[in-house]
Design a protein around this ligand. Structure first.
Ligand code: GRF
Length: 205
């Protein structure tokens, strides 16, 4: 019997190009809801266009981070997600949120973690003079931009790169890497083993 398709929730704050990349491929799951902390996020428009449920929560309407995160967990749970994908979601999440989706919460980050956690990763990579840069998809834990790494892709840093040119080349890789990682998750092939993620071979047909 074929395994049930996974239900995927995606959180975005911006243009949503990684969401669009996920929607272009069959990752073995269906994006059932897209949520944002910004009502005008481009990613929400992409989702609506694709006929996917959306909602936005405005942090200013909540007393504190705990209240916002509790509301976000509750609203996401209405869609019964098997997997929650952070695709450019620009908010720090509380341990309550990361615990609620432990083992089924993943993030795409524009650097080769554990180098360059946080913001402005491309400018910082150039400032450090690294020759390889890239992107990482990882399980999310309470620690920002940490958590077991699922997959990474690297690009060469060129002598004439600017943060913008480097970001553009990394983004091309992100659009391959995120669907790849989501597919592995949906196929049930990811085993978290301490800090490591072991990728199981595909099930025999
Ligand atoms: C990507 O670079 C992602 O790695 C980072 O935020 C950016 C989101 O871009 N976390 P988009 O909204 O998917 O176009």
């Amino acid at each position: 019997m074929a395994a049930a398709r996974k239900r995927i929730a995606v959180l975005v704050s911006g243009r949503g190009s990684n969401l669009a990349a996920l929607l272009r491929q069959d990752c073995g799951g269906d994006v059932v809801v897209v949520a944002s902390n910004k009502a005008d996020a481009g990613g929400l428009a992409i989702a609506r266009e694709a006929g996917i449920a959306t909602f936005a929560l405005d942090a200013r309407q909540f007393a504190d981070r705990a209240a916002f995160d509790a509301a976000l967990v509750a609203a996401l749970n209405e869609h019964a997600p098997d997997l929650v994908v952070l695709a450019g979601f620009m908010r720090i999440l509380s341990p309550q949120f990361t615990m609620a989706f432990a083992g089924r919460l993943i993030n795409i980050h524009p650097s080769l973690l554990p180098s360059f956690t946080g913001l402005d990763t491309h400018a910082r990579a150039l400032a450090e003079g690294v020759k390889l840069h890239g992107c990482t998809v990882h399980f999310v834990t309470a620690e920002l931009d940490r958590g077991p790494i699922i997959a990474q892709a690297a690009v060469q840093v060129e002598d004439d790169d600017t943060p913008e040119t480097l970001a553009a080349r990394v983004l091309v890789q992100e659009h391959q890497l995120l669907p790849h990682a989501v597919r592995l998750f949906c196929q049930g092939r990811l085993r978290i083993d301490g800090a490591r993620v072991r990728v199981q071979p595909p099930a025999a047909a």
